[in-house]
Design a protein around this ligand. Sequence first.
Ligand SMILES: [Zn+2]
Ligand SMILES: [Zn+2]
Length: 369
Amino acid sequence: MIVRFWGVRGSLPSPSGFSELKDKIVQAVRLALKEQPAPEDAERFVETLPDRITGFVGGNTPCLEISCQERILIFDAGSGIRKLGEHLTPRPELDIEEELRGKAKAPSRGAGAGASGRKPHSPKRQLDLLFTHTHWDHIQGFPFFTPVYDKDTSITIHAANSRAVEDGLRAQQSTPLLFPIHFDELPADIKFRTLPEDGLKLGPFNVDFMRLPHPGGSTAYRVKAFGRTVVFATDYELLGDSPEVNRAREDLRSFVQGSDVFISDTQYTYLESHSKEGWGHSNALNVVEMAHAAGVKRLYLFHHDPSNNDRKLYDMLEKASNYSELLFPGSGLSIYLATEGTSVEFPETPGAPPSHRPHDEKAKRRREP
Ligand SMILES: [Zn+2]
Ligand SMILES: [Zn+2]
């Protein structure tokens, strides 16, 4: 089972600008001045730099992929889903030689293949898209998800309130005011399903859900396969100790209990969450407490505030890790920032720990000679 982060930012896409890059260059230069590597060791030195300097946390809004045995579950369609679409439906490379040969003896290459590039008569590709809720940051990437333009793709959209999701997706593709292509013109076979209260089985996955306190409501998902459990809970607020909040907190703790990976909304610092009470988001320190109470193994901080640069996000991670170590020394909880382009891979061996894979681009760079 692999969990991939395609979009980790909350509220609004927030591309990194020059000031972010400059901050990383300054940090790298400071380290270089301290270590003074020889000029010929410059590349090796760069490769030893931490991810906080050589990578970006990412500016795309929520999209998560959990896949196993070719079955793909997609959670939310924030702007991150665009890159997932390109990953699933890569544009065919133009082979000039084959193209010239094709011109000599028509029909040309690719005739009859669908937008996916698959052979004709191959079975439709099945994708399952599960929505937490309809706030814009969780649906805005849908019209840019290339598989919706592939007639050979079947997409089942699941949600606790599937009517609301259908209304939201249709509204953002109302033509011509908001988008040039109407929802009904999409070639893919798209169906909407309301989540059954007792959960559902999708290929190798067992999926449960619970409702979360958030303006308009949100949904947490728990995905189990081959003895592993991943919980995705974004856009929720559990502040104070009213009976309702205590009950919701206990419900979530029980839902998360014993999970291998807990991906949670941690948009705010502890102080911010109190000054933004009612905005519907969590702070990292309370989520660390929740993760410990539930015996979680790996916690991923998610739904980063669009106004936080990478430096602030890594500071939040450090504070959350220190708080965890102070309150529960030696507990074994590992805490990470959910970072666009990274993944968590569970090995086939039962009981073996999952591995955190770095930025795909960085890994690729390291493989290059
Ligand atoms: Zn959100
Ligand atoms: Zn929301």
